[in-house]
Design a protein around this ligand. Structure first.
Ligand SMILES: Cc1ncc(C[n+]2csc(CCOP(=O)(O)OP(=O)(O)O)c2C)c(N)n1
Length: 378
């Protein structure tokens, strides 16, 4: 038989059967972000929840304004404002039970405060101190994370460990759109999905990573679509609709607690202020874009709904603003007090066993401080 005849006779065996490991269709996000406010669905929303969200959003916005003012007075080193993103911040905190954990990024001070952390303590790190200022165990809030996305594997680790020990807590981790390009994002989502860890990932897509717009960050149809590649559901929500964000996150928390595994939620929102007080946003975006987002303001959306349902009147608006002013006055007064600082703290908590060099430097500083104090007395 010739080679050609042999080839003609060759019939390859069919490959082993292949099927997708999970049906991707239920994991896909809806084509449009989920909305409640301004749609018929809002009629079902609990009046108590609407009022609480409103009061917290108004106070949250005032907190952002006050903290930004404190940077100008040199009382705060840096403040990444979440003005325009208050709905995500507050809904994230309210979607959790007391026993759950929040893993925030540096922009999420409002969520941290909404969890119960003292408003001044929550600013300790941003004031320039070396520690977070609050006890993470008291309100189950991890430290505000400045290195992008590092809080995500931490959240997954905590959630996975809790599940192994039969503790039914859920971890909710917050990250920005830029953070989704980090390796930690990939590792956290992959591990969480494989282990079915009880975690909810909330991406606040506020359009920018400092000056980098989303189009330069990803070619994916949406950030929520990334979930499908890991085998978890991806959900898209209007991040300025506090009721919608609260519903989507609450569903994801319930799903995680019931053993259903993680969910990736992408909230479409906008960063109204610059990245921080050290940034000039006019260098990379136009006023019209900002103005368009101001017309889709999270507080206005909620206020319109409450007013239309007869749940809020002028007196209610005034009361919410007064409460916010009281909070701001207290924040101002306490932030204007000089904290008692001990320069020797520089050497504490660096190593369990200080190095000889550190011991030497510590002795030198102690001697200098003593000499200075002596000089001041004379
Ligand atoms: C690992 C790491 N790389 C770079 C930075 C510098 N950095 C600080 S904020 C930021 C942009 C992050 O944007 P995004 O994740 O969208 O969050 P947003 O600030 O918009 O809330 C960058 C690159 C950092 N903090 N950590």
């Amino acid at each position: 038989m010739t080679v050609m005849e042999q080839r003609g006779a060759y019939r390859p065996a069919p490959p082993p059967a292949w099927r997708p490991r999970t049906d991707p269709a239920p994991l896909l996000p809806d084509p449009e972000p989920y909305r409640v406010l301004g749609t018929g669905a809002a009629a079902d929303a609990d009046p108590g929840l609407l009022r609480t969200l409103y009061a917290r959003l108004v106070t949250g916005r005032r907190y952002n304004a006050q903290a930004t003012a404190l940077t100008k007075q040199g009382r705060l080193a840096v403040y990444p404002s979440s003005t325009g993103q208050e709905a995500c911040e507050i809904a994230a905190a309210l979607a959790l039970e007391d026993r759950d954990w929040l893993f925030p990024s540096y922009r999420d001070t409002l969520a941290v405060v909404a969890r119960g952390v003292d408003p001044v303590q929550a600013l300790t790190l941003l004031r320039g101190d070396w520690h977070t200022g609050y006890d993470p165990y008291e309100h189950r809030v991890a430290p505000l994370s400045t290195p992008l996305a590092t809080q995500l594997p931490h959240a997954v680790g905590l959630a996975h460990a809790a599940r192994l020990t039969g503790d039914d807590v859920v971890a909710l981790a917050m990250v920005g759109d830029g953070g989704t390009s980090e390796g930690d994002f990939h590792e956290a989502l992959n591990f969480a999905a494989v282990q079915r860890a009880p975690v909810v990932f909330l991406v606040q897509n506020n359009g920018f990573a400092i000056s980098v717009p989303l189009a330069k960050q990803t070619a994916a149809p949406s950030l929520a679509h990334k979930a499908v590649g890991y085998g978890m559901p991806g959900r898209l929500v209007d991040g300025n609709d506090a009721v919608a964000v609260h519903q989507v996150l609450s569903d994801a928390v319930r799903h995680a607690r019931a053993g259903g595994g993680p969910t990736l939620v992408e909230a479409i929102t906008y960063r109204i202020e610059a990245h921080t007080n050290a940034d000039d946003a006019t260098r990379y975006r136009g006023d019209e874009e900002v103005a368009a987002w101001r017309r889709h303001d999270p507080i206005d959306l909620l206020e319109r709904e409450l007013t239309a349902r007869g749940l809020l009147d002028e007196e209610g608006v005034r009361a919410a603003r007064e409460d916010a002013e009281t909070m701001a006055a207290d924040l101002r007064a306490r932030m204007n007090q000089d904290p008692e600082l001990d320069p020797m703290d520089l050497f504490a908590h660096v190593y369990a066993e200080p190095t000889p060099q550190l011991l030497e430097q510590r002795a030198q500083l102690r001697a200098e401080l003593a000499a200075e104090a002596e000089g001041a007395q004379r």
